[in-house]
Write a protein that binds this ligand. Structure first.
Ligand SMILES: [Mg+2]
Length: 367
């Protein structure tokens, strides 16, 4: 079986409410659907969600690099030849979500051709993940109301709270309100997106002592090298590296240098092949891993769940699988459903992605 063509289809789906960043607002998810065609029949599908403010890719850059650089280099290779595929992709630095979507589509083809799901192909630990929901910045009472609504509607009992504001007491008060409003039965952890210094982080964690937080992610920048190591050595909960450790080499460096004690794995930026390598590093070095979200749509969320449920280490924790709830629609013929706080992978071969042709026609931007 040979790769005959790779399509990169830009599509846009409005969010139910705008996503707010420090630098502005985003009203629409502008993602890229990747389809890898073969001479034997199977078509692999995956989704690339560009994050211009984090990784520098845009919808236009992803379609261009796939059309002009990756597709010509990969056409004619076997979908199973992942080492050869990545040797060619890696001639180009950067472009993590474009590479990852191609990689995941190849695994989809391999699963389809073997008649087994990609979860079974990867590791086959289980067929589902518990779901963690991210609570964004808002007045504390709104954050509590949102978390209660999500718990009552979807049965989700794990919440990741965005922190990193100044003064840090804003976030301390929000976390206290969430613990009081949700009770002791929910799991709470925090993600600072590098918003604090090491000493602010230490003071904030001290102020939140007693709230039973289970993880602290990227509270201060990894580039504040000594400060970050000092903070991690003084913190008694796992300290997660996310954007500071996206490739196996970075994961090794951050863990061995004492700048992190847990890793966030995002299939949107490491596909399945490199997520596997990051997972194996975490297992070998003996640290925890959490499946993170790159504001994925439903296809990307399914890919995260497919990978996370394949391994015991990643299935142990709730995965961040609920961001798609903010989108007004999606491309899947059968939408994802979160029930009892759980998202199940599909039983069909490969990734089990079936697109709704009418929705694809409505949201694609290249016709
Ligand atoms: Mg993060």
């Amino acid at each position: 079986m040979k790769i005959t063509a790779i399509e990169a289809i830009p599509f846009a789906i409005p969010y139910k409410k705008p996503l707010k960043f420090a630098s502005g607002e985003v009203h629409t998810a502008e993602h890229v659907l990747v389809r890898v065609h073969t001479d034997d029949g199977p078509v692999g599908v995956a989704e690339a969600p560009p994050r211009p403010f984090t990784y520098g890719e845009t919808q236009a850059s992803i379609t261009a690099v796939i059309d002009k650089v990756f597709a010509p280099q990969l056409t004619g290779l076997a979908p199973t030849a992942r080492e050869a595929v990545h040797a060619r992709l890696n001639r180009t630095v950067g472009n993590p979500t474009a590479k990852s979507a191609v990689d995941m589509a190849l695994w989809d083809i391999i699963g389809q051709s073997l008649g087994i799901s990609v979860t079974e192909l990867l590791g086959g630990f289980t067929d589902r993940m518990r779901v963690s929901h991210m609570v964004g910045f808002a007045p504390p009472e709104q954050m509590v109301a949102e978390a209660q609504r999500i718990r009552d509607t979807y049965g989700i009992t794990t919440f990741k709270v965005k922190v990193g504001r100044r003064p840090f007491m804003l976030d301390v008060e929000a976390c206290r309100a969430l613990r009081e409003g949700l009770g002791d039965d929910v799991e709470l952890y925090i993600d600072g997106n590098r918003g604090w210094t090491a000493s602010e982080s230490a003071r904030a964690l001290r102020a939140m002592d007693g709230l039973d937080l289970t993880l602290a992610e990227e509270l201060c920048p990894a580039d504040d090298v000594m400060g970050r190591r000092w903070l991690v050595s003084h913190t008694d909960i796992p300290f997660v590296a996310d954007e500071s450790a996206t490739r196996p080499g970075e994961v090794t460096r951050e863990l061995l240098s004492g700048s992190a004690t847990a890793i966030s794995i995002k299939t949107a930026r490491t596909g399945f092949t490199y997520s596997q390598r990051v997972h194996h590093l975490c297992e070998g070095l003996g640290v925890e891993a959490v499946m993170g979200n790159q504001i994925d749509g439903q296809i990307g969320t399914l890919c995260t769940a497919v990978f996370g449920s394949a391994y015991e280490l990643t299935a142990r924790r709730a995965g961040e699988l609920s961001n798609f709830l903010d989108m007004s629609d999606d491309l899947l013929a059968e939408p994802l459903r979160i029930e009892d706080g759980t998202l199940r992978v599909r039983e069909s071969a490969g990734l089990g992605i079936e697109l709704d042709p009418e929705k694809l026609a409505r949201y694609r931007q290249d016709t």
